[in-house]
Design a protein around this ligand. Structure first.
Ligand SMILES: [Zn+2]
Length: 375
């Protein structure tokens, strides 16, 4: 449900996509407007009018979210950052940045742009609603604009809470980063604030749901869980970046790794290597040259009783670029390669010379140890 994305349109050179989960938010907004908000605000209208108002209101919310995200994205791009697009999803929108802000100042500007844009829309819609209320136009025009003003105010205020991943959390991180000169420690504080905020939303949600019987509580619980998850992930991501960026993968690899020959039979391969070292894949070496890799699980292609009569050559495959790294490659890039290729292991080679092997577990253990020793 969270994976599918459809492209909606492109504006200012930015592709706007919607995650399929956004449909739930759209329907929820439409439904609550058409059956709750407008009938309560403007009693006595025909039901079809409420449906139409709900639909326009939904598009207004959609516009407001995009306006907010475009503000982040355009400021980021003006500051030289690469933006991959904007995605709408269950809990709103997200500007997708290919990289983290390079300086505290840029982070501050990019973060503040969203809430400022929402406040501008709040004032714009509010002013317009006030003006139109004086005219003979139907009452519902001003009510609709008033609703959109309120939504934008809420969007600005909610996002200003100083905890990751909210905009206020980014502002806090920029400020701490500037003051402490330490990105990781600044991120840790902003992330903890964000996790606390998420937890508070969950608690409030349960209270609303169980104490008052408000179904909206469920919504707060979901948002709270989401915020807690993203806040934690943001810290992990930054910790990885700070630890690995700028260091060659050579520093983290295991040297003189175990390798196998193409002529080794599968029985011995399993008994002497797979069951002993538990690697998910092994480099295959012939005459001192790296000729491919063999995945342990591919042994299953050959029936158990045929293992002694078949060799590694039958199930090995060539080393693709995403299985390989050169010794001087940036460790952060290698880590990303592992995450993208969903392979927990990379062979480090200099041409066809095997130099080492590095696993995701090695990198994560290094990270955990460093965190334990340095915090
Ligand atoms: Zn924002």
């Amino acid at each position: 449900m969270f994976g599918q994305r459809v492209s909606l349109f492109t504006a200012f050179g930015l592709e706007v996509r919607a995650n399929t989960s956004w449909v739930i938010l759209a329907v929820l907004v439409f439904w609550s407007l058409a059956t709750g908000f407008f009938p309560a605000q403007l009693p006595g209208l025909a039901q079809p009018v409420y449906w139409v108002l709900g639909l326009i209101g939904m598009f207004g919310v959609f516009f407001s979210l995009l306006f907010h995200e475009f503000a982040h994205s355009l400021v980021a791009r003006a500051r030289g950052m690469e933006i991959t697009g904007i995605t709408l999803f269950l809990f709103g929108g997200a500007a997708e940045m290919a990289e983290e802000p390079p300086t505290p100042r840029i982070e501050l500007e990019v973060a503040a742009a969203g809430p400022i844009a929402s406040l501008v829309l709040f004032l714009g819609f509010g002013l317009l609603a006030g003006l139109l209320a004086q005219t003979p136009l139907p009452e519902y025009v001003a009510a609709l604009l008033g609703y959109l003003a309120l939504i934008n105010l809420l969007l600005a205020v909610f996002n200003l809470f100083p905890g990751f991943p909210l905009d206020g959390g980014r502002v806090l991180r920029a400020w701490l980063w500037h003051r402490r000169g330490d990105l990781l420690s600044a991120t840790r504080t902003a992330s903890r604030m964000g996790q606390g905020f998420g937890l508070a939303l969950v608690v409030l949600g349960f209270w609303a749901l169980l104490g008052v019987g408000a179904l909206g509580g469920l919504w707060w619980i979901l948002i709270g869980i989401f915020v807690m998850g993203v806040a934690r992930a943001a810290y992990e991501q930054t910790a990885m970046r700070v630890t690995f960026e700028g260091s060659p993968i050579r520093r983290f690899m295991a040297e003189h790794p175990v390798s196998v020959a193409p002529g080794l039979d599968l029985e011995r391969f399993i008994e002497d290597h797979a069951y002993r070292d538990h690697y998910s894949a092994y480099p295959v070496m012939q005459d001192g040259r790296l000729v491919g890799r063999v995945r342990t699980r591919d042994v299953k292609q050959v029936p158990r009783e045929d293992w002694p009569h078949n060799t590694v050559e039958r199930i090995m495959s060539p080393c693709e670029p995403h299985h390989l790294a050169s010794p001087d490659e940036d460790a952060q890039q290698v880590l990303q390669k592992m995450q993208r290729g969903s392979s927990g292991q990379i062979i480090v080679a200099d041409g066809d010379k095997l130099v080492g092997i590095v696993t995701l577990a090695d990198l994560l253990n290094h990270l955990a140890l460093r965190r334990e020793l340095e915090t």
